[in-house]
Write a protein that binds this ligand. Sequence first.
Ligand code: ADE
Length: 228
Amino acid sequence: MRLDIITCLPRLLDSPFSDSILKRAQEKGLVTVKVHDLREYSTHKHRTTDDYAFGGGAGMVMMIEPIDRCIAYLKAERTYNEIIYMSPDGELLTQSIANQLSLKENLILLCGHYKGIDERVREHLITREISIGNYVLSGGELAAAVVADSVIRLLPGVLNDETSALSDSFQDGLIAPPVYTRPAEYNGWKVPDVLLSGHQAKIEDWKQEKALERTKSRRPDLNMGLTS
Ligand code: ADE
């Protein structure tokens, strides 16, 4: 997979991709992540990427030209499956959207900033809008990192144990069951006996029961096993 992220604050995206799973995925050649500084596509002498809003109003608006030039540059190199604008009013990110995106070859994530973006970008240049939650961030960079992480970890070979992404919470519409590690008893707090029993079938039944119980009490909106 190839992931191109367009931003006017590229340094905000340094750390999410330089550690742990996302770093290893790139080293293994399973994903190529490129961060593009929008300022490099500005034709203004001070490399500005925003301007005052027509009709007035608070805040600067991201200009269409640098965005269009950057997208055109990328599209000349390859065909993109989706050009996604990160926006609080986009469709809410779910596990099933992450699953869908993980099957794509080439994706662009465009990060918004300031008060907004020239509406013509949304009308003509992008194919999809994604929000990571019903709250407003200062910009789309952290949201883009969240989308990238949720997608990259699903790519075959990224996680050591390929089944571990399948057993994530939400993959089957259920919250994952509790997990424990050694010691079997700490401060008198015990690990459930069944997990120490060595009886695999009983352990699997217990995990399923706990997953259902948790989902019912914490996230009844997940519809108990029906993936949304
Ligand atoms: N940009 C600002 N807030 C956002 C959000 N909640 N999701 C995606 N992009 C954003």
